[in-house]
Ligand binder design. Structure first.
Ligand SMILES: [Zn+2]
Ligand SMILES: [Zn+2]
Length: 365
């Protein structure tokens, strides 16, 4: 049965060893039926129809690196080794205090042998001149574990550097999420753009459909949806309230200023606007005729939050060889194949991703 599953699915299943037995009786064979489902929905692309998207998500969860969407800088995950490396190469010869934050009580810290403190529960672990790698490593490692993955290095009279195990941009404070494979799926709430729920576009009410004939005045029923007999109430309250809000109901719609047109949507203290109207109707969307009615005034526009990439910013902040996952999915099969063949990766990442890249390459062939 397991052989009938995709390689990707098997990655999650083959964690159980084969049982150590010679003979099993009275066990019926498992039957697996293949689901025939090739219907292309608005959620499908080449990447979702094939297994390639799954492999790319796996690839991203293993080797993608997060870049801050605000400043574009690589967000590093610090470790004691990389902190020491950073300090030796950038702060050598300077006097520094190695500090860690703690929420323990002072009495307890004193019992543990710490005697120097700063305000806000910060413990001064060591004062040293950056240079002796052995001593620096010892101090940083201790501070890192006492501080639960947080170390503060006060370069005396210069700057304060905060190192954290969190995936955080040190300049902007943007925190990247852990690169779970689901983070790279627009079908999963963990990865989907919250504004368009992973569809890549949103439905917007558009002026051209609401006011198809802009030579009409408001009095001549320029606003088409409100000209329906059953919705005249909306029109009456507009014609009553608009003059009080400084809107001329006798001139053609196209001659109204942008500010006045905006008021027709937003409403004023004297009348309800089109936004109120549409949101009132949306509460009755469970009725088919309401949905049909609303759809006549809407158009799908590219989601401004994700730019049509369907994933949330935290997912798009991750890149492999300078491309985010949606840029991989947009590539044609032959482009993706060539790209993967010549992909530039660090030796470490090459080893981790070799098998996945080979699988993607084979699927594309
Ligand atoms: Zn930043
Ligand atoms: Zn979006």
């Amino acid at each position: 049965f397991i052989e009938s599953l995709s390689t990707y699915a098997r990655l999650f299943i083959e964690k159980i060893d084969r049982p150590d037995v010679d003979d099993i009786r009275n066990l019926r064979p498992a039957v697996a039926l293949q689901q025939q489902n090739t219907i292309k929905t608005s959620r499908s692309t080449v990447g979702t129809l094939t297994e390639i998207h799954d492999y790319l998500r796996l690839l991203f969860s293993k080797i993608a690196q997060p870049y801050c969407p605000i400043c574009g800088k690589l967000i590093k995950q610090w470790s004691p080794e990389s902190i020491v490396e950073d300090l030796i190469s950038n702060q050598k010869g300077k006097r520094a205090m190695i500090i860690f934050p703690s929420d323990k009580r002072v009495e307890e810290l004193i019992r543990m042998g710490y005697h120097r403190f700063r305000e806000d529960g910060e413990v001064i672990l060591d004062r040293l001149i950056i240079g002796d790698e052995k001593r620096l490593t010892d101090s940083i490692e201790t501070a890192w574990s006492e501080g639960g993955g947080e170390v503060i290095v006060d370069i005396v009279g210069d700057s304060i550097i905060r190192y954290t195990k969190k995936l955080m941009c040190s300049d902007c404070g943007f925190i990247a999420e852990q690169p779970h494979p689901m983070l790279f799926s627009f079908n999963h709430p963990l990865g989907a753009c919250p504004a368009c729920r992973g569809f890549g576009n949103v439905l917007k009410y558009v002026e051209d459909k609401i006011v198809p004939d802009k030579s009409l005045s408001l009095k001549d029923m320029a606003i088409e949806p409100w000209s329906k007999p059953s919705l005249r109430w909306w029109y009456k309250q507009l014609l009553r309230g608009a003059p009080k809000s400084g809107i001329d109901i006798n001139i053609p719609y196209r001659e109204l200023t942008e500010d006045k047109k905006r008021l027709l949507f937003k409403g004023t203290e004297y009348f309800y606007g089109l936004d109120d109207f549409f949101s009132t109707l949306e509460e009755k969307k469970y009725k088919l005729h309401v949905r049909v009615f609303l759809s006549r005034y809407r158009e799908a526009v590219v989601c401004s939050e994700c730019g049509g990439k369907r994933l949330k910013a935290e997912a798009l902040s991750y890149k492999v060889a300078s491309k985010d996952i949606s840029e991989f999915l947009e590539m044609s099969i032959s482009d993706l194949k060539n790209y993967i063949k010549d992909i530039k990766l660090s030796d470490h990442h090459k080893i981790i991703s070799e098998e996945i890249l080979k699988q993607i390459y084979d699927k594309l062939s």
